[in-house]
Design a protein around this ligand. Structure first.
Ligand SMILES: [Zn+2]
Length: 479
């Protein structure tokens, strides 16, 4: 997500007690799948559940969703929304029930487990599904039908505005999504945690002349009487925060990226300047490829939406339509979101305290691009990052990750951006081309989930133990 969305010095304080504050989350789902197969690989489908110290509604360290098959229906005139979710999962501990996230205002009409009808209960923003006795490693299919209003949730923050979570709509019935750090539970039942990457297959039936868009390849499209049904299948597993759900009067156009990569642009009628700006998308992707290796998926995409500023929905990035102060700001943000396809979507933070691994790399390379383009010198970007970082540290005594603070749990949301970017910059200054080469190989060698320990281990092996110490020192609480 871009800083424009999160804000420069957005600091989230989650006042919770009881749960562990450290991110003890060894690498989940890492595999050695070759990059050539990345688009079709299973890297990330089977994940080791971990407790996320930042997720405020309870631990779920037993659940691994393998696939979501979603059928969503939206009528912009009546505002009727309904869904059917077919969820294939496994449990990594013996269980008699499974809990998924689902907004309280969505009504569950029916639930089936392995074909048998069951009665669910609804703790706040969750759905508890009785499963019968499940042994460790057991697989089950849950089918849930639900309906209700499409609306966002909010998260209280220590800043000027609460953070909007999940699905957003406008009066015309356009739909957009911004679910970082979470929020997909506002449109489907989900294990809404970044470690749990899964396969998706999303069918959207939109009335009123609108067209639904989701992640990955469009595999089916049918229209009748003002209704359009589209079906999307991403080529690789994704985390729920990167799941796309956009509806509008969209048409698509395919640009050719590096080595023939299709870049599918979804836009609405009208001569928005952003459509022209997107002609630069192929060269921007080539620029990122030189820094991070070959694009990790079989298709790239951008959805121009009036509802979301910039968000790294996997292979279907959301970019705001309108409101950009300049072409340069739009393109710099697009570079940031493109970087997330490698750092965020291919290589994914296992828990939110590991977010500096995606936002730090994206912010750093955005800064490098702006310096190379002559837009902002690197020293000016570094000054900005340092000022924001200092503000957060002075105020909260912590920065790039979540930790205990005066008896509460705190997560400095600007910290992952600024501390992470300063960290990458420091590594580059110290190790030069060796760091650049290590950064380039990081996404290829680390598909699936990664955490702080994995990064420290990686840079220590590539650059020497002092590099790992540098990372730890930069991230140290109160440093
Ligand atoms: Zn970002």
């Amino acid at each position: 997500m871009s800083r424009r969305w999160w804000g420069w010095v957005l600091v989230l304080v989650v006042a919770l007690a009881g749960a562990p504050a450290s991110a003890a989350s060894p690498d989940a789902g890492r595999s050695d799948a070759g990059l050539a197969d990345a688009g079709r690989s299973d890297a990330g489908v089977r994940n080791r559940p971990v407790d996320d110290p930042y997720r405020p509604i309870g631990a779920r360290p037993y659940l691994d969703v393998l696939r979501y098959r979603l059928h969503l229906k939206w009528d912009p005139r009546t505002r009727d929304f309904s869904g059917r979710a077919v969820i294939d999962l496994r449990v990594t501990r013996p269980r008699s029930s499974v809990v998924l996230d689902l907004a309280s205002w969505l009504v569950v009409d029916s639930a089936r487990v392995a074909g048998r009808r069951v009665a669910v209960t609804r703790p706040r923003d969750r759905v508890r599904v009785p499963m019968g006795p499940l042994d460790r490693g057991a697989h089950r299919r849950i089918v849930l039908r639900y309906h209700g209003p499409l609306r966002s949730d909010t998260l209280a923050i220590d800043g000027p505005d609460p953070l909007t979570l999940g699905v957003v709509t406008d009066r015309a019935g356009n739909v957009g999504t911004g679910s970082q750090p979470w929020g997909s539970y506002t449109w489907f039942p989900v294990n809404d945690r970044p470690y749990d990457k899964a396969r998706y297959d999303v069918t959207i039936t939109a009335r009123g002349g609108l067209v639904g868009v989701s992640n990955g390849r469009l595999v089916e499209r049918r229209s009748w009487g003002g209704t359009t049904r589209t079906r999307f299948r991403p080529g690789a597993p994704l985390s729920s925060y990167a799941a796309q759900f956009a509806v509008g009067d969209y048409t698509s156009q395919t640009l050719r990226g590096p080595h023939g990569l299709p870049i599918v642009v979804w836009s609405r009628p009208g001569a928005q300047p952003e459509k022209r700006y997107l002609r630069r998308a192929p060269s921007l992707l080539r620029w990122v490829e030189r820094r991070l290796g070959r694009y990790p998926f079989g298709q790239a995409g951008v959805v121009l939406t009036p509802l979301v500023t910039g968000m790294e929905h996997q292979s279907a990035i959301s970019m705001g339509e309108g409101g950009w102060p300049s072409r340069e700001v739009f393109l710099a943000t697009l570079v940031h979101e493109f970087v997330h396809e490698w750092a965020g979507n291919r290589t994914t933070p296992t828990t939110w305290p590991d977010l500096f691994l995606s936002e730090g790399i994206a912010t750093y390379l955005e800064g490098v691009w702006k310096a190379r383009r002559g837009i902002t010198p690197m020293r000016a970007s570094v000054r900005q990052w340092r000022a924001a970082d200092t503000w957060v540290r002075d105020r909260y005594g912590t920065t790039g990750f979540c930790g205990p603070w005066k008896g509460r749990r705190i997560c400095g949301l600007s910290g992952p951006y600024t501390t992470g970017a300063l960290l990458m910059h420091a590594l580059h200054r110290r190790y030069g081309a060796d760091f650049d080469a290590a950064l380039r190989a990081w996404p290829r060698t680390h598909p699936g989930g990664v955490d702080r320990a994995a990064f420290v281990d990686y840079v220590s092996r590539r650059l020497g133990p002092e590099a790992g110490e540098l990372v730890e020192a930069r991230l140290a609480l109160g440093s």
